[in-house]
Every structure is written in structure tokens, then in C-alpha cells.
Design a binder for this molecule. Structure first.
Ligand code: ADP
Length: 263
């Protein structure tokens, strides 16, 4: 009826070979972006062609974590994503005036996401990771609409009190019919100098979320990994050198956190 045609999203085509994984969490600060960034670098090191779309409008920490300093460039109608650690990166934060808070409303967000998926020249990717904002907001629903084949990975902490909110973020896939691949528990413990583990945030949150989602979705949702608290994980994120990349650049400096993030 006269309106402009919907932009074509290559990843949404039936013949697309790209696996799209949306990384979700119930609340902020649990390490969702850290897991996304490290997963991306680890997969790129295994030879996979990886892209990251940072759709966390409140956080957009992905560029800093991956050490991206360049802005995207425009060639004709295409946006070329900057590359860091062999990962192509687009962040909603790259399109906002420096230092300004963003007030995105649902329809605007949907359009921005649509543009990042249709107008960015991603090339052939094996995996596209999406860093979602925390919670069960508009972005998760837009992702489901724009990318019906996307799968979901849920990041949570060991805190059982936060399990419900994390499970809700995953259970949105019930409405959108996306598959939840599994749960990653982050900040699981701190290894002390005598080798014992201090469970700062309690224990059991990851498996509680996995169980709740398995029951709610009617398919097995496994607890895939537990990542300990490790200072090098935070430092790597601060300086744009994810620990998942450490073993290659600095052999011998492998830490517990780095090992967990790679496996
Ligand atoms: P989210 O994306 O869930 O808001 P972030 O990934 O930004 O959370 O992580 C919040 C903070 O915690 C960051 O400073 C990050 O470096 C730090 N962090 C995340 N995971 C770990 C970990 N396993 N060990 C130490 N610090 C971590």
C-alpha cells in the first residue's frame, strides 16, 4: 500500500547459514556483556567468522570491552562495521552523540535494530551474537520478530534470589518460540590464595534458572558453564583485551576465569 518495502535482513532468510545467538539477562551487572565479548573472541580464535551487535541501549559496553576505537564507516548505502580481535562490531552506542544518555522508545529501537541487521555489511558470518539489554523489554521482542531463528543464552549469577528475574528473561522465548541454548552462571566463586573457593554471591542460581527454564519451555535447558570471579576478567574488559584472548597473546598468563570463558 505505497509504503517503503521492509529492508531485507540476510540473517532472517531461510537459506542463511549464520547462527544468531541473543545473550540475555534478568538484570544488569551480571556479566552479560563480558560473556558476549569473551565468547566472540574465543569463537573468532577457533576460526569462526563472528559478529557482535550490541543492542544494550542502557549499557553499550561492548566497544570498550573489545577495544573498538573506530567508528563505523559508510560506503554508499552500506555501513562497514569496525573490527577488533577478528570480530565485527556494531553498537548502538556508536550512533549516539558522545557522552549523551539515550532515550530510545520501542518503535525507534525496532527501526535501529532493523537497520543494524539490514544495512550493516556483515559479510558471511558463522555466528552473530546480540548483546540484549537486561530484562524482558522491547528489544528482545524486536529481535524475535526480526530474527525468528535466533537462539537465546541466559547469563545469571549464583544468587538464587535473582533466579526468577533471569528465568523470566529466558521465558520470553516461550512467546517468541526461540530456543534457549542454555544458562551461563557468572561470578560463581572467588578462588582464595589458599585455593579454597569463596562463594560471594551464594550458590545454585545458575542451576535454578536452568531448571526453571527446562520446566517452563518443555525442553532441556542446560547449565553450560560457571565462570569464577577473576580480576583479570574485569581488567581485560576495562582495557579492551578480553581474557579469552590472553592465551594466544600471552602464553602462560592463563587464569581460571580465562579457561572457563573459553570452554
Ligand atoms: P552486564 O552486561 O550484565 O551489565 P558486565 O559484563 O558489564 O555486566 O559486567 C559488569 C562488571 O563486572 C564489569 O566491570 C565486568 O568487567 C565485571 N565482571 C563481569 N564478569 C566478571 C568476572 N567473572 N570476574 C570479574 N569481574 C567480572
Amino acid at each position: 500500500r505505497g509504503g517503503a518495502a521492509e529492508p531485507v535482513i540476510p540473517f532472517a532468510q531461510p537459506e542463511s547459514l549464520t547462527r544468531v545467538i541473543a545473550v540475555a539477562s534478568g538484570k544488569g551487572g551480571v556479566g552479560k556483556s563480558t560473556v558476549t565479548a569473551n565468547l566472540a573472541v574465543a569463537m573468532a580464535q577457533q576460526g569462526l567468522r563472528v559478529g557482535v551487535l550490541d543492542a544494550d541501549i542502557y549499557g553499550f559496553s561492548i566497544p570498550r570491552m573489545l577495544g573498538v576505537t573506530n567508528r563505523p564507516t559508510k560506503v554508499e548505502d552500506m555501513i562497514l562495521p569496525p573490527v577488533a580481535h577478528d570480530v565485527k562490531v556494531i553498537s548502538i552506542g556508536m550512533f549516539t552523540p558522545e557522552g549523551q544518555a539515550v532515550v530510545w522508545r520501542g518503535p525507534m529501537l525496532h527501526r535501529a535494530l532493523q537497520q543494524f541487521l539490514a544495512d550493516v555489511y556483515w559479510g558471511d558470518l558463522d555466528v552473530l551474537l546480540l548483546d540484549l539489554p537486561p530484562g524482558t523489554g522491547d528489544v528482545a521482542i524486536s529481535v524475535a520478530q526480526l530474527l525468528p531463528g535466533a537462539e537465546m543464552l541466559v547469563v545469571t549469577t549464583p544468587q538464587v534470589a535473582a533466579a526468577d528475574v533471569a528465568a523470566r528473561a529466558g521465558a520470553i522465548s516461550q512467546q517468541t518460540r526461540q530456543r534457549v541454548i542454555g544458562v551461563v552462571e557468572n561470578m560463581s566463586w572467588l578462588t582464595q590464595s589458599d585455593g579454597t573457593r569463596m562463594e560471594l554471591f551464594g550458590e545454585g542460581g545458575g542451576s535454578a534458572v536452568a531448571q526453571q527454564l527446562t520446566a517452563a519451555l518443555g525442553h532441556e535447558v542446560p547449565l553450560l558453564a560457571q565462570i569464577p570471579l577473576d580480576m583479570t576478567v574485569r581488567q581485560g574488559g576495562d582495557i579492551g583485551a578480553p581474557v579469552a584472548g590472553i592465551a594466544v597473546s600471552e602464553p602462560g598468563s592463563e587464569t581460571e576465569g580465562a579457561t572457563a570463558l573459553r570452554t
